[in-house]
Design a protein. Structure first.
Length: 211
């Protein structure tokens, strides 16, 4: 009795089973990452609602605004202010904010002019928060009546902390890496299948296939 043993065929079948198991694991990871990214994206959208505050500027007087709305440190924030009468105002750095408050009125006016303030009833632009996520504004009301000021702030980054941003980046990298691994597995499975089919051919079939 002659017993023939084909180690290559046995190995191919075992490798194919392992590949199928790995493929299922990769698909599970991809689905989990997709759900996680969708949850994080939804959370980001909810956190981007603008902040609006109202102030009353006394007649012929200075007004200093310190905004702390839990913005991300060193992030860009869109601002928009409007008033019922013409006023003068501008966003400033923390250093300018502290310096101008300590000056007398004459020096304060000169320093304020050097900051290129806006004069009118409306202004919009971008400002960068400090390391604590804070924003500073200085206004002057030159009129003999009080001014009603409305200030609107909206973060460009959805108020995400650096930790969350890093997590999203890591998940995105893993997601694309999983896709690449999945593609490699599919290609290898195809090669193994072709090799197995070729091993199953008789010598005559191989000869005809090569003609």
């Amino acid at each position: 009795m002659i017993v023939r043993y084909y180690p290559s065929l046995h190995t191919s079948s075992r490798e194919k089973r392992n590949m199928k198991s790995k493929t299922k694991n990769i698909l599970s990871i991809v689905i989990l990452l997709s759900i996680s990214l969708q949850i994080l994206t939804y959370s980001t959208i909810e956190s981007t609602e603008p902040v609006e505050n109202s102030y009353i500027l006394p007649a012929q007087n200075w007004y200093f605004i310190f905004e702390d709305e839990n913005f991300t440190a060193n992030s860009i924030v869109n601002y928009e202010w409007s008033s019922d009468i013409e006023i003068q105002g501008t966003p400033v750095s923390e250093a300018d904010y502290t310096t101008i408050q300590a000056m007398n009125l004459m020096k304060r006016s000169t320093y304020f002019e050097s900051l290129l303030y806006t004069e009118g009833k409306f202004d919009t632009g971008k400002v960068t928060t400090n390391q604590d996520g804070e924003i500073f504004f200085v206004f002057y009301n030159p009129k003999s009546v009080q001014a009603n000021l409305n200030l609107k702030l909206e973060s460009n980054e959805g108020n995400l902390s650096p930790t969350i941003i890093g997590l999203i980046s890591a998940l995105a990298a893993i997601f694309f890496l999983s896709i690449i691994i999945y593609a490699i597995i599919k290609i290898r499975n195809k090669i193994l299948k072709e090799a197995e089919e070729e091993e199953d051919l008789t010598p005559q079939q191989r000869y005809m296939q090569n003609q």
